[in-house]
Design a protein around this ligand. Structure first.
Ligand code: ADP
Length: 276
């Protein structure tokens, strides 16, 4: 009789907790749904006026450019710069809002990260040259990985953009990419190292937080909003990886990323052979 009553009691408890949990889950689900909807609406509402203003600026530039005074040309250039800044801010905020509400999908495929890394570095060559910064890349011949190609391109772009932004003239920026063999999986090791202004130990803890800019006055001039590294961290975490910084004030910084390549070595060689 005792075991029957204990059994009955357990069933009642299980039933009650299931009932209470589902009642609690429904409002959470509804609020997530509402947040998702808000992000979608906001994305559209913010992007439309931005693109209208941008095309209006292009038309003015094309039709009236030659007739404008140097003052107006400068004003137009300033407006264009601020528009681009605003577009970047809207894009970054939407990425993070979508990440929060779980609406960003990580779209994994098999691709060569070396090929993409070379392409990203090439895009920064001119900016590096303008500041007499030596920009070097060290990659193996091929690094086939299973990951979100677009997000990893965004990650390297963010780190490289910062490295060049925070490195004074005649400095050096070095990007290195390696695939290392671990017990169960291949690991991707990406590092972006610069000889720039560096970050002090206290600030190194904060820079991955949203809207964190070390020394506001100094960084505002350089046009950042303090969202880049928060996005970088989200991308790395979405790949089950880790991002860390080693830095010394006045000497330079090294951002190191480590994440699983998403395929076991046996699968890796098969996939490479297959794609060949
Ligand atoms: P921002 O848009 O301001 O560059 P980030 O989130 O990319 O925003 O970076 C946050 C802050 O971290 C920056 O404002 C800057 O102070 C610091 N930081 C990032 N990368 C570097 C770097 N390579 N060297 C020195 N400081 C850096």
């Amino acid at each position: 009789a005792l075991s029957i009553s204990v059994g009955l009691f357990m069933i009642v408890v299980a039933f009650a907790s299931h009932f209470l949990a589902s009642r609690a889950i429904i409002p959470i689900r509804r609020s997530l749904e509402r947040q998702r909807q808000f992000v979608d609406d906001a994305s559209h509402e913010l992007r439309t006026p931005l693109s209208i203003v941008r095309s209006a600026l292009e038309i003015i530039d094309k039709r009236e450019g030659d007739k404008m005074s140097p003052f107006s040309v400068q004003l137009l250039a300033d407006i264009r710069d601020e528009m681009n800044r605003l577009s970047r801010l809207v894009g970054d905020m939407l990425t993070l809002a979508r990440a929060d509400s779980g609406t960003v999908e990580i779209d994994k495929s098999l691709f060569d990260f070396c090929f993409e890394a070379k392409r990203v570095v090439r895009k920064f060559e001119q900016r590096a040259q303008d500041k007499a910064i030596s920009l070097t890349l060290e990659v193996p011949e091929q690094a086939m990985i299973y990951a979100d190609r677009e997000r990893l391109v965004q990650l390297l772009t963010l780190l490289l953009d910062n490295a060049i932004k925070y490195t004074p003239r005649d400095g050096a920026v070095h990007v290195s990419l390696q695939l290392t063999e671990e017990l169960v999986n291949k690991m991707v090791q990406l590092s972006v190292k610069d000889t720039g202004i560096g970050i002090n130990a206290e600030d190194q803890q904060k820079i991955f937080e949203r809207f964190c800019r070390v020394d506001q006055a100094r960084t505002r001039q350089k046009g950042g909003f303090g969202l880049g590294l928060a996005i970088a961290k989200w991308i790395v975490q979405a790949h089950d990886g880790n991002i860390a910084v080693v830095s010394q004030l006045g000497k330079g910084s090294s951002f190191q990323v480590l994440f699983p390549a998403g395929i076991k070595s046996s699968t890796l060689s098969k996939s490479v052979n297959f794609s060949n």
